[in-house]
Design a protein around this ligand. Sequence first.
Ligand code: NAI
Ligand SMILES: NCC(=O)COP(=O)(O)O
Length: 334
Amino acid sequence: MARLGSSPLAISLGDPAGIGPEVIAKCWDNRGRFELPPFVAIGDPRSVEKVWDGPIAIITDPQHAADVFDTGLPLLALPSAEDVLPGHPSVAGAHCSLDALELAVGLARSSSAAAVVTGPVAKEQLYAIGFSHPGQTEFVAERCGVASANVAMMLAGPSLKTVTVTTHIALSQVPQQLTSGLIESRGRATLRGLQRNFGIEQPKLAVAALNPHAGEGGSLGREEIEVIGPAIAALTAEGWHVTGPHPADTLFHEVARARYDAALCMYHDQALVPLKALHFDEGVNITLGLPIVRTAPDHGTAFDIAGQDKADPRAMAAAIRMAAECAEHRARNR
Ligand SMILES: NC(=O)C1=CN([C@@H]2O[C@H](COP(=O)(O)OP(=O)(O)OC[C@H]3O[C@@H](n4cnc5c(N)ncnc54)[C@H](O)[C@@H]3O)[C@@H](O)[C@H]2O)C=CC1
Ligand SMILES: NCC(=O)COP(=O)(O)O
């Protein structure tokens, strides 16, 4: 188990109607088996009570989380304006999930929490209340004062780490938004993040192509020649170990995966499909490039199974463990 200082991890429950409250409660239930350090959950206590009958320890100071961790799930209460119905998202629930996220980030920024783990939110619900960021990644970056181009959304599992250059945009927008500058800055955030969070001193980055067969010499698209290639050359000139652009269809099999520490992908599904195919049960989303550690499970709100005791907590447990390990690693190598 990672050894943290006196501060617990702060975990936002996510959308109160999603599976966040259930998987977090199940993590507390299985804290010994999953080898989890003390954490404090943040959100509406009713969202947990509706799906779990274990003990909740309401606290008002995160520093008390460790004292009560053996007897109940430590919870900083942020009640939603309306009652919670698992599987039925609401405007009030979206506001509640955003408040919990904001508080969790604030606690980590002020060192009252060792790291942040975020429960799943529904982007559609957040967009409906005026949330102007593509996702939690960009929101956390802004709250930390980091430009969103300088963070990287990494999905990490035991045998694969992927990063996506463009994040939550329509597929039709990807070619316009892909620039050499953006690929470079995501690449840099990834390489530094591998060093800082995972202790990989000389990280190897494999860059995926956008087009089939890496563009087939320009006849199936010119992004590899005009956009991706120059970004790889710039990163290589800085001394980083970067290869590509690699045809994406042959980048994720076992032998190929052994050649790199992370794959830099051009769009969301290029990065997330291989990761979830291999490691859905234990995939972790980690934001690289922040002054704090932020992780999340790779899955979403799963409203279709919320409140039915079907949610698998292993990805949340992996996110908690990774947050603790990265925080400890960063503290040791300050
Ligand atoms: N980090 C985050 O906050 C994320 C949020 N989302 C949000 O979640 C919402 C739903 O997205 P979907 O694409 O449907 O993905 P999803 O991950 O919520 O669900 C996809 C399928 O996997 C199942 N599933 C997901 N997690 C599970 C678990 N722990 N145990 C058992 N089954 C599980 C669901 O029941 C569903 O059938 C969207 O609004 C999206 O914005 C999606 C991914 C990550
Ligand atoms: N598909 C990954 C995802 O939706 C996570 O996004 P974020 O809210 O962590 O930015």
